[in-house]
Ligand binder design. Sequence first.
Ligand code: SF4
Length: 371
Amino acid sequence: MLPIAAEMQEPPAELRGLTAAELTALLAEGGFEPYRARQLYHWLYVKGAESLEEMTNLPRALREWLGERTRVGAIELARIRGAEGATRKALFRLGDGKFIESVLMRDEPVAVDDTEAAAAPARISFCLSSQVGCALGCTFCRTGFGGFQRNLTPGEIVGQALTMRRRLLAAGETLQHIVFMGMGEPMHNLDNVLTALRLLTDPEGFKLSRRRITVSTVGWVPGIERLGASGVGVNLAVSLNATTDETRSTIMPVNRRYPIGALLEALRRYPLEPRRRITIEYVLLRGVNDTPADARRLVGLLRGLRCKVNLIMFNACPELAYEPVEAEGLDRFAAVLSEANMTVTVRWSKGRELEAACGQLAAHVLEAARG
Ligand code: SF4
């Protein structure tokens, strides 16, 4: 049996996820100068160091002091699937042995009527997770199927981006966009998500433009309001997926708490900078939400809202009792929106063979957890 002191020992503090002020306070405890904290911050978020040994301009005494009470990298890339240059799915092992997934997408939106989108080059986006599992139980989503386990810390959220950016840089590529659209509902872990957003957008740190980050929610209204008031200025995407409360409550239980009317009111109040729009995500489920009448109702619901619509093809999987629409059904739906002068893009699921598209994360987490 371990001595009581050892049993109760706290795990070492994770350096990733600490802000500049927190690093300064930490180093002050050991009597180190504030400029050492700035150097440490640079190593963590600009250079993406994964160990104290890499931080060669920090004195050995400081590295040893840090090594006794902290660590770098509470998450470890356990597996990555998919060919170089294609959509890839990453499985991360957390410090407590749990697993999360995130997805690197090379994404070419197919424009239906938006010439700007048509001219856009392929972009490399990284889809992050914000929780282990999810409590919201959307019936078309594999993550919801497994239930909620815990929130990710800021270090675990930022750590996914740091790990992936480092791999891309080694291959001569750049991480251009981050979307919070992996496992979990970001608004249910908003304190940690906001800390991560501030680190990711810090011009002295990770340096990703806030215009290149999107937080996606199922429509948790208090979270939308807090995100708007926070001033972080990232993009907002909302997963709508239905045009009547009856259908939406069936596929997204959150709708019983925040029905479509309340959600759209919150979106109309959301503080948007000039020329920016909210993205409305709509996963097409055959026979559920894909009729021309749905498309016409969607036009009516979104009238006057500064938004664009992303139509997403559902990926069929054995656990979920839904089917994707046929290509013609998708075209018909998109045409109704285009005729109403809405900007609409179709997001084909680049990661279908990997089960790496929307709502498809978690299967391999379960596999990995079983060993
Ligand atoms: S779609 Fe998002 S909010 Fe809904 S269960 Fe899945 S992870 Fe949770």
